[in-house]
Design a binder for this molecule. Sequence first.
Ligand SMILES: NC(=O)c1ccc[n+]([C@@H]2O[C@H](COP(=O)([O-])OP(=O)(O)OC[C@H]3O[C@@H](n4cnc5c(N)ncnc54)[C@H](O)[C@@H]3O)[C@@H](O)[C@H]2O)c1
Length: 338
Amino acid sequence: LKAIRDLSYPIYIEQDNVKTFQEVFSNHVNQSRAFVVTDDNVWTLHRQVFMEMTSNLLIETIVVKPGEQSKSFEVFESLIQTLINKQIKRDDVIIAFGGGVIGDLAGFVAASLFRGISLIHIPTTVLAQVDSSIGSKVGINVSSGKNLVGAFKDPVFVYTFMPFLNTLTTREFNNGMAEVIKAGAIYDGSIIDDLQQKSFDMSILVKAIMVKVNVVKKDKYEHELRMILNFGHTLGHAIEKAHNYDVIKHGEAISLGMKYALLLGEKYGITDASTTKTLLSLFDKYNLLNHTLNDINSYIEFMKVDKKQRQDGLKFVFIESIGKAVIRRLKEEDLYVN
Ligand SMILES: NC(=O)c1ccc[n+]([C@@H]2O[C@H](COP(=O)([O-])OP(=O)(O)OC[C@H]3O[C@@H](n4cnc5c(N)ncnc54)[C@H](O)[C@@H]3O)[C@@H](O)[C@H]2O)c1
């Protein structure tokens, strides 16, 4: 069991022994019952392991439908109602057991119910393990946009169990790998070397987690540094908005966004061609660039370029060299390629 203690809450990473959870839990929580929020897929696939993991606890389970649609006010409210019906108390604990959707949704419930009750993340996707379970952001979507309602909620701890990843579809696995490649591109170039030389393993997982940990440690509330985590996201979000969220996955959209940011970087003399080549070959390795897009320029209207950004310029993340991101201001007209 590996423990990362750089944030105000520890992140435990377990390679194969699910039994370590019980000790971790009892070291942090003074309770013998827990309310688990999970989705249908995760519960079907991993119920047994979860029960083994928590065999010393009294578990109440709430299973929601898988998918982004569950990050809604309706599901949020029904979850709160169900928890109250199940007699949850202020000093109880909620375990978010699933991907980023469950982490965000159950995390927001934990942040809001009784003005905050304890939260534990057990992330089960690559994306959730390296990204969404770290950094304390939780929230839901509203009709006008994603993640517009939310909070900062520190969990008591995060418990990452690598074997959960074994049941991911190739597409879901690759989707999370986009964030791993991003972590390497913006902060730790050795991740890129590793990915070129070997398949994904615990040491790469830990390195990718450390990138997010280091960035949010220095800048939890997104003043400047945390923005580098948005590499590829300016266009990526625009692509997600223009297409349906179900058609193109987040990791695929941001990979296309990273490709665009690399090419734009070349245009402005920030990124050199060999950096672009190395990173593009990794996106290809994980089948992340398979979507046919409309003319890239047509997405620019979907980028969140508001009136203020039109005047001051939009902060845009470029890669100077592998492992080093830089932020530059661009005017709207500078976003067009060619
Ligand atoms: N809070 C943050 O800082 C942050 C950061 C990045 C992304 N996010 C959010 O995360 C969400 C995306 O997360 P995601 O990609 O994990 O999506 P997800 O939670 O929808 O999971 C993807 C799919 O994989 C299934 N699944 C989960 N674990 C599995 C397993 N072990 N085996 C087989 N199938 C499994 C799920 O049921 C789902 O169908 C988005 O809502 C995004 O906004 C939040």
